[in-house]
Write a protein that binds this ligand. Structure first.
Ligand code: PMV
Length: 337
């Protein structure tokens, strides 16, 4: 016998104030609050189907066509909390086994927040299957911290809180709030990252004084300024804070022992291109941000500047020609004509 199949999708979110480091390793309580935008689900998303049945012999989890370990601590923690909040009568019946099938329509574990959309989608789908009424952002957080922010669309803060109940995501503004803003994901490399975010965070918490300073003295004020910039649609300030926060996060990684470098040469060239572009146009129209990988995510003020950026990226980062390192950006005025 089978339950109904539940299928859900969840968006990737890209942080503009980064989460890096845990205060509580077990509960995934972060060192600092963070803030992100959820991407449109026609672009980067996870799709997950779940079903429970008495004719399966064991629980199984399939990710992008590959069987994964369903006994992992994170999956089991999520399952335990979903069952605790469940209202269905078969929730603890050992004869019911789960089949979970999940796919991403983008590179997995390459610093494109696949764990965020992945765990968010898993938790939401399981909650529908089990009739679970708990706060789902808190449960998703136990899968992967940043997954709690994918529970909502638009602009979302993860308030760090003190314990399981208070460390949750809240929507700052919905997806209709700032429709002009465009997000461009530049896949610099789709190879899996060398240091997972959880390992990287642990190493940084242990060894980086810069990280402690960031969490205590920099992010709290920046969170407030960021919320204000979003609510007033002040792109210049928004971009300034976004770039500073990405730089600060990667500086903490470099300050870790041994140092962690997620960005590569192409990533650094994109930073220079964005800086030159903003200087040229006289205010910030583009912001770069990098997660735990070399891929650039650009937040762009509007469509006009998106078209110009695409043109520039195409000229300077044309894969058939390689990166045009020797050529200074904007030596050709016509590029922006
Ligand atoms: O959710 P995790 O454990 O994969 O950590 C994500 C960390 C960053 O992507 C680098 C920053 C963030 O806030 O998303």
């Amino acid at each position: 016998m089978h339950t109904n199949i539940v299928t859900c999708t969840a968006p990737v979110n890209i942080a503009v104030i980064k989460y890096w480091g845990k205060k509580d390793e077990k509960l995934h309580i972060p060192l600092n609050s963070s803030l992100s935008a959820s991407l449109d689900q026609k672009d980067l998303k996870t799709t997950t189907s779940v079903v429970a049945g008495t004719d399966f012999t064991e629980d199984e989890l399939w990710l992008n066509g590959k069987k994964e370990n369903v006994e992992s601590k994170r999956i089991q923690n999520v399952l335990r909390l979903i069952r605790e909040g469940s209202t269905v009568e078969w929730k603890d019946d050992p004869n019911y086994k789960l089949r979970i099938v999940s796919t991403n329509n983008f590179p997995t574990a390459a610093g494109l927040a696949s764990s965020a959309s992945g765990y968010c989608c898993l938790v939401y789908a399981l909650a529908q299957l089990y009739g679970c009424r708990s706060d789902l952002s808190a449960i998703a957080r136990l899968g992967s911290g940043s997954a709690c922010r994918s529970m909502y669309g638009g602009w979302v803060a993860w308030e760090m809180g003190r314990d399981h109940e208070s460390s949750v995501a809240v929507q700052v503004a919905d997806e209709k709030h700032w429709p002009e803003v465009q997000i461009l994901v530049c896949v610099v490399s789709d190879v899996q990252k060398h240091t997972s975010s959880s390992d990287g965070m642990q190493q940084s918490v242990r060894t980086s004084k810069l990280l402690a300073d960031r969490a205590e003295n920099i992010v709290p004020k920046r969170m407030e300024e960021m919320k204000q910039a979003i609510l007033t649609r002040d792109f210049h300030t928004f971009a300034d804070l976004t770039m500073k926060d990405s730089d600060s996060f990667h500086a903490c990684c470099a300050d870790t022992q041994p140092p962690i470098y997620y960005m590569n040469n192409v990533s650094h060239h994109i930073v220079s291109l964005v800086q030159s572009y903003n200087k040229k146009v006289g205010s910030n129209k583009v912001a770069y941000t990098y997660d735990a990988g070399p891929n650039a995510v650009l937040y762009i003020a509007d469509e006009k500047h998106m078209v110009e950026m695409l043109k520039l990226l195409h000229i300077y980062f044309n894969p058939s020609e390689g990166v045009q390192r020797e050529r200074p950006f904007f030596d050709n005025e016509y590029l922006l004509a």
